[in-house]
Design a protein around this ligand. Structure first.
Ligand code: AMP
Length: 360
């Protein structure tokens, strides 16, 4: 097994990326700038990442023969989304090093484990209860109260797999709709705003934090991110401390995005973590000394981290579904930096690209 955390992979090495979405695409572009080649493993043909990478394997995430061949063909493995079966990750890690480590992926794949880990390390989360059966939900609603949010522990993203419960009577319909025996009920947080922080940690355990970003969601999907976030210095340093503490406790090599709620009194409550580049970090492509994608590549290949300082205030606007039709106005805006994902079909809720609008 090759899993030495001190391994350095020089430019020219092949980075295997599990997942073919836009995060993989932008990682592959940054990797190419540093002289690396990327091999994408995805279930989809003509994926955003495959369009810009040297090699692609199109196969099921459970295809053991294809996974084995992929692992043998690359020098180091990473992932651009979290919902990879753990059995496949185990197969891969027995052949090549995976960064960030599979143990971090196992935590971030499961909302319950994520919250438990945060609590164990003194990080505030909303009051919650793990729900395995309807009687758990009946008793949990009495302690957590309403409004609350019932979420699937796995495979939830962009608001999918979650239902707000406003009255205790709604629990049965929420239970039936989610139809899972692996759920979490959490208190609805009356937050002031949502922020996120991105932390990088390298093989020498050096860490760097990016400026906290302020996130605006529409229909549970990230719509826009503004940097710097309109928060006090105290809140910003609390957010950075939480991110650094989690990155260190997880023994991260790579990137960690931490989404948080800011309360009226300026304190923060962690919502969720992701051990990969994050949509709320896209501003770094045009507004920071080193983009989150380059930083990710540096960290996982054992190179020193780049500087994270903000160079210019930015508003990152996602182009979701039909919003991509606004492109002509961005093409004529000298302060707009356009990033498109190469997706052919426009669908409601589909992230087609984003624009970083720099402060003039
Ligand atoms: P998540 O998938 O957990 O990131 O949730 C998506 C979005 O739903 C968050 O960014 C919030 O806007 C909202 N949300 C999730 N959980 C809660 C909560 N416990 N209280 C209030 N809003 C929430």
């Amino acid at each position: 097994m090759k899993n030495n955390s001190l391994d350095v992979f020089p430019p020219g090495s092949i980075i295997g990326i599990m997942g073919g979405g836009q995060l993989g695409r932008m990682t592959a572009l940054a990797a190419a700038n540093l002289g690396y080649r990327c091999h994408i493993y995805t279930e989809d043909t003509d994926s955003p990442a495959a369009q810009v990478s040297a090699t692609t394997t199109v196969a099921s995430y459970k295809d053991q023969a294809a996974l084995t061949q992929f692992a043998k063909a690359v020098d180091i493995i990473t992932y651009e989304f979290e919902n990879i079966p753990l059995s496949s990750i185990t197969l891969l890690k027995n052949i090549k090093a995976i960064r960030p480590s599979p143990s971090i992926l196992a935590i971030s794949q499961h909302r319950g484990k994520e919250k438990e880990f945060a609590e164990q390390h003194g990080v505030n989360v909303a009051p919650y209860k793990i729900i395995k059966k309807i009687s758990d939900l009946e008793s949990a609603i009495k302690t957590i109260g309403t409004p609350s949010v019932l979420k699937t522990c796995r495979f939830g993203y962009d608001g999918k797999g979650q239902i707000v419960i406003n009255e205790p009577e709604e629990i049965h319909s929420a239970w039936n709709q989610l139809s899972s025996d692996d759920l979490v009920l959490e208190q609805f947080v009356e937050f002031e705003k949502e922020i996120s922080i991105i932390i990088a940690r390298d093989t020498n355990h050096k860490t760097k934090a990016y400026q906290a970003a302020e996130n605006n969601h529409v229909d549970h999907i990230l719509d826009a991110t503004t940097v710097p976030a309109d928060i006090t210095d105290k809140t910003a340093s609390m957010a950075a401390d939480i991110g650094l503490k989690l990155a260190e406790s997880l023994d991260l090599i790579g990137l960690l995005a931490v989404e948080m709620f800011v309360m009226g009194d300026g304190t923060v409550v962690m919502n969720e973590i992701a051990p990969r580049p994050h949509n709320s970090g896209h501003w770094t492509q045009d507004g920071a000394q080193t983009s989150q994608f380059e930083q990710f590549v540096r960290a996982i290949t054992g190179q020193p981290l780049g500087e994270t300082k903000m160079t210019r205030p930015v508003k990152m606007q996602n182009l979701i579904g039909d919003a991509v039709r606004q492109l002509p106005s961005f093409f004529t805006n000298p302060n707009a930096k356009i990033h498109l994902y190469g997706k052919q079909e426009v669908r409601p809720g589909r992230k087609m690209g984003h624009v970083n609008i720099l402060e003039p």
